[in-house]
Design a protein around this ligand. Structure first.
Ligand code: PLP
Ligand code: COI
Length: 361
């Protein structure tokens, strides 16, 4: 893919950038540039460019605003102690976007083009990748958001004949305010996130839109995040609004839900391999809410954690539902070990024995 680059002649000044990188938060600040490429059935993907970050001018009848034909990804670029910059399994994000886009009747963007677009943007905006801070908590990175949307001006309901793929980037600190501490979960018995044949396995905006009202209830109940159950029986644990779940048992086994309707995370897949290496085989299977409640209550489940690109690995505390609660599991030891093993690879402090890292700068 040929990429044309137009430099931003008004980049964020160094002093302001230093302030932003000192405390980036999540999703507030954006880099000086963005990547954009367009698609039509006749021309395919064309006119790839990096340009100054800024608002898009779109027609009010743009299809995505009405029918939500959209997919996105979430990934990060990490600065290593020697100053080099790396991404983590970017082809997995590219492949997931292909799967998501097929489900949303969007065109396929080649894995190589996806990775090239991300790499080029990070190279142009490399001063935005935060320095590695102290090991442990507070790791900072550059969060990358590739996304694809129906950009045709047309109100008919059919796959868009004009599609735009973009990448934007945003420096990121901890996703949860207050760093790594257990999150409290609210079990939604009213709302589900995905049904059979639906879009649960795709990373598409509609899934997040539909999660918001349940998330609002979670907050109203004093919880941090919502847990969704399967739509058919209301019995099997799926995931959180933006994270997968793991259950650590007292005999060392770990279970992670597999239902066919969850968003299968790249963090989730990586933890299956990492935990195996740490001597903890992972079972992927259906996991009922009763197994969770009883397991924590009788001590068979010693730890519960959530994982995802934005949240990394986060211990889960109490689980609450209408009229009940199970307290926080006994321990967070293995959770924190897995977390450390993962971030040590990502930040270049441990050997990348799985070949997960991809050098950008
Ligand atoms: N589940 C949902 C619904 C998500 O939005 C995410 C975040 O991307 C995940 C799981 C975790 O996926 P990953 O580890 O690829 O970030
Ligand atoms: C991610 O972890 O990258 C996500 O997409 C979760 C959330 C920010 C939507």
């Amino acid at each position: 893919m040929q990429i044309r680059t137009t430099r931003n002649d008004q980049p964020v000044p160094d002093e302001r950038l230093a302030e932003i990188l000192a405390d980036p938060g999540f999703g507030h600040h954006f880099t000086d540039h963005m990547f954009l490429v367009e698609w039509t059935p006749e021309a395919g993907w064309h006119d790839a460019r990096i340009m100054p970050y800024g608002p898009l001018s779109i027609d009010p009848a743009t299809a995505v605003l009405h029918y939500a034909q959209e997919t996105f990804e979430g990934m990060k670029a990490y600065r290593h102690p020697d100053g080099s910059i790396w991404s983590f399994r970017p082809e997995e994000n590219a492949k997931r976007m292909v799967r998501s886009s097929r489900r949303l009747a969007l065109p396929v963007l080649d894995v190589d083009d996806f990775v090239q677009a991300v790499d080029e943007l990070v190279r142009v905006d490399q001063r935005w990748v935060p320095e590695t801070t102290e090991p442990g908590t507070g790791e900072k990175s550059l969060y990358l958001r590739p996304f694809m949307f129906a950009s045709e001006t047309f109100l008919g309901v059919r796959p868009s004949q004009h599609v735009t793929f973009m990448v934007i980037a945003s420096p990121a600190g901890a996703y949860f305010k207050g760093g790594v501490k257990p999150v409290t979960l609210w079990l939604s018995e009213e709302y589900t996130r995905a049904g059979r044949g639906g879009m649960g396995a795709a990373k598409t905006g509609g899934n997040y839109a539909s999660s918001l009202v349940a998330q609002q209830q979670a907050i109203a109940q004093g919880c941090d995040q919502v847990v969704f159950l399967d739509a058919q029986e209301g019995r099997y644990v799926e995931e959180l609004g933006g994270m997968n779940l793991y259950f650590v048992h007292d005999d060392g086994r770990i279970v992670t839900p597999a239902t066919g309707t969850i968003l299968e995370g790249i963090t989730r897949a990586s933890i299956i391999e990492l935990a195996g290496k740490l001597g903890h085989p992972v079972e992927e299977r259906r996991f009922s809410i009763d197994e969770w409640r009883e397991g924590v209550a009788n001590g068979a489940i010693r730890e519960v954690f959530a994982c995802g690109t934005a949240a990394v690995v986060t211990p889960v505390g109490a689980l609450r539902w209408e009229g009940g609660e199970v307290p926080a599991p006994a321990s967070t030891d293995l959770t924190m070990r897995i977390r450390q093993a993962l971030v040590d690879v990502q930040f270049g402090r441990a050997e990348d024995s799985f070949g997960w890292l991809h050098r950008i700068v």
